[in-house]
Design a protein around this ligand. Structure first.
Ligand code: NAD
Length: 424
């Protein structure tokens, strides 16, 4: 791999290395000129902040956080903020780059960003977490604004975190600025339909894929890995459409029933018991067994690197819909393609969340709020159009769907960069 402008190459196998490899494949397919390729493989700007937080015992502790903007040629940057012990600058760079492509694939006017703090939030109590969030928001406020960079929730951050960030930013300005973050509570400028939007996007893109095979949800069985925000809403919405959900898993393991699981009852069970383990009227299975479970559609909605060279040949599903970011390794991609398994790649499949975030931002800027039905209808249209645009690209170029999604996205970003020209 060609070194970056600072002379470094990301560690082989790291998220940034994978992101750059995927980018190189797509850039080659697009025949982009070398200068443009080099421009698009670099993040635009990176901020590292080291900041103190007063802990509840009166001591002071230092934390490190990041905000990375990958590209701004199509609009302000958009991307989540995660709190996790494994956060590092290379991971932020990869996720920011994927956000640029994700926004472009659904054709919304944003570039990609990502931010995070190296912290295990389970080890802090609420008031410590609130002070950490407010201080981090202040530190990155030199990059953040409704016009320039709009954060959202990600791993271990939620609507409450966004409320604290929005309030911090607003306190500094002297008036309320809800459009500075998305994924806020509805009571303070959040959008209806945001909570289930990623799962809804998974449901819509899968529905379109089934349609292309002359099928509907009534004809298929589905296995869902992960029962958090994405997995639980995807499962519930697919079940509403008539699918039989035969297996669901989470960090505790999985539950399966070939006749179908009652998703609503499982949600209630998880609300009380935290995990799916022990759910009655189902067999206990492992996560490995879930991925290989007999079903028509498999939707990994948990973590990255779940379908690998070790297990991809055991997948029985004919369609894999990637609700999670990066659930399939490049080797597993090849195995699934050889088996003829149809793929809905992550930057397309899980783009419903950022699309609803875009709706939230537009509503905040106009102080004019839409009904949930309007939001769901617009989301459905954008996701279905993006699905068919990616399939048309794959067909036209005779490439896999992951490459096709990247080609469509990167082509749009390169076109915008060319139209604007390189400054000065
Ligand atoms: P979440 O924390 O709400 O849920 C994650 C789920 O995965 C939980 O049920 C957890 O128990 C389960 N899990 C954890 N480890 C597991 C394992 N080893 N095996 C099986 N299940 C396991 O997270 P989320 O918001 O649903 O995000 C899931 C994935 O979707 C992530 O890759 C995230 O980046 C991606 N994503 C989320 C959104 C969004 O709007 N929330 C948008 C786009 C992409």
């Amino acid at each position: 791999m060609k070194p970056l402008a600072d002379g470094t190459i990301p560690p082989e196998g790291s998220a940034y290395w994978v992101a750059l490899k995927q980018f190189e494949d797509a850039a080659r397919e697009l025949n982009l000129d070398e200068g443009m390729v080099d421009f698009l493989r670099h993040p635009k700007r990176e901020l590292t902040v080291n900041f103190p937080v007063t802990m509840n015992d009166g001591s002071m502790r230092m934390f490190t956080g990041y905000r990375v903007h990958h590209n701004t040629v199509r609009g302000p940057t958009k991307g989540g903020i995660r709190f996790h012990p494994n956060v590092d600058l290379n991971e932020m760079r990869a996720l920011a780059m994927w956000m640029t492509w994700k926004c472009a694939v659904v054709n919304i006017p944003y570039g990609g960003a990502k931010g995070g703090v190296i912290v295990d939030p389970d080890k802090l109590n609420e008031s410590e977490l609130r002070r950490l969030t407010r201080r981090f928001a202040t530190e990155i406020s030199i990059l953040m604004s409704p016009e320039g960079d709009i954060p959202a929730p990600d791993v271990n951050t939620n609507a409450q975190t966004m409320a604290w960030i929005m309030d911090t930013y607003s306190m500094h300005k002297g008036y309320s600025i809800p459009a500075v973050v998305t994924g806020k509570p509805v009571q303070i400028g959040g959008s209806l339909g945001r909570v289930d939007a990623t799962g809804r996007g998974v449901m819509v893109t899968t529905r379109e894929a089934l349609k292309m095979r002359g099928k509907s949800y009534r004809d298929v069985t589905v296995a869902v890995q992960g029962f958090g925000n994405v997995g639980s809403h995807a499962a519930a919405l697919m079940a509403e459409e008539g699918a039989t959900i035969v297996a669901i898993s989470d960090a505790s393991g999985g539950v399966a029933n070939p006749k179908g699981l009652d998703v609503k009852a499982l949600k209630d069970y998880v609300a009380k018991n935290k995990f799916v383990k022990g759910f009655p009227e189902a067999d206990a299975i492992t996560n490995e067994e879930l991925l290989a479970y007999k079903c028509d559609v498999l939707t990994p909605c948990a973590l990255e690197n779940q379908l690998t060279a070790k297990n991809a040949d055991k997948v029985q599903a004919r369609l894999v819909a990637e609700g999670a970011n990066g659930p399939t390794t490049p080797e597993a991609d090849r195995i699934l393609e050889d088996k003829g398994v149809m793929l809905i790649p992550d930057i397309l499949c899980n783009a419903g969340g950022v699309t609803a975030s875009y709706f939230e931002w537009v509503q905040d800027l106009q102080s004019f709020f839409w009904t949930e039905a309007e939001i769901n209808a617009r989301l459905d249209r954008i996701m279905a159009e993006a699905y068919h645009a990616v399939m048309a690209e794959a067909e036209k170029r005779k490439v896999g769907r992951r490459v096709a999604a990247q080609v469509l996205a990167i082509g749009r970003v390169a076109e915008a960069a060319t139209l604007r020209g390189i400054y000065p």
